[in-house]
Design a protein around this ligand. Structure first.
Ligand code: HEM
Length: 167
């Protein structure tokens, strides 16, 4: 009797275990994939093509490694416009320092002051992220120095734009 009871318990236990396993498998199989969108990576020379010199090309400008389509700001960035020097490249340093000096038109933030870094973040968030759609990221932002993918890379949130994939 006691043996029969133990056996029944064991069978019940196995059945429960089995259903638990089946459920876990089901959950794993049907769990929706994380919302990951492919992102476009720009090399320096690729980004340089979108420098506003050609009428029918979009105009791109990168800040902090994020590539924005600034074509709607043609009066600032187009051919012959006052800030044309900033486009077709990552101009983080120039934007932080409010400088159009060619030596400042780079992604390099070495030695920037706290105020300049703060001003950079303000312009990044309140001008670029607010006004212009993100179209990709520079290699510096996505890859490690040895060219391997940087596992810490996270695309920026820009919920007020619905961005078309171009690739
Ligand atoms: C005499 C000096 C300058 C004056 C009078 C000036 C004036 C202006 C004006 C009137 C705007 C337009 C604001 C708007 O309509 O939304 C603007 C925007 C801007 N300025 Fe200047 N600016 C000067 C120098 C500079 C310099 C040296 C830089 C270097 C990076 C710079 C970077 C910008 C940027 C990034 C914007 C935002 C453009 C956009 O909305 O896409 N400015 N500036």
């Amino acid at each position: 009797m006691a043996d029969g009871f133990r056996l029944a318990l064991a069978v019940l236990g196995l059945a429960l275990l089995g259903s638990q396993e089946a459920r876990t498998e089901r959950e794993l199989r049907f769990k929706p994939a994380p919302q990951e969108r492919p992102v476009r990576l720009f090399t320096e020379s690729e980004l340089a093509r979108y420098n506003g010199q050609e009428e029918d090309q979009p105009i791109y400008l990168a800040v902090k490694g994020v590539v924005f389509d600034v074509s709607s700001g043609k009066e600032f960035y187009g051919k012959g416009a006052p800030y044309n020097a900033l486009v077709g490249k990552d101009s983080t340093r120039g934007i932080a320092k409010m400088s159009l000096d060619p030596a400042d038109l780079s992604h390099d933030t070495t030695g920037l002051t706290t105020e300049e870094l703060q001003s950079l973040d303000e312009t990044f968030n309140n001008v670029y992220k607010a006004k212009y759609p993100i179209v990709g990221y520079t290699a510096q932002r996505i890859l490690n120095e040895d060219g391997s993918p940087n596992p810490d890379f996270k695309p920026e949130d820009q919920p007020h734009f619905s961005i078309k994939d171009e690739f």
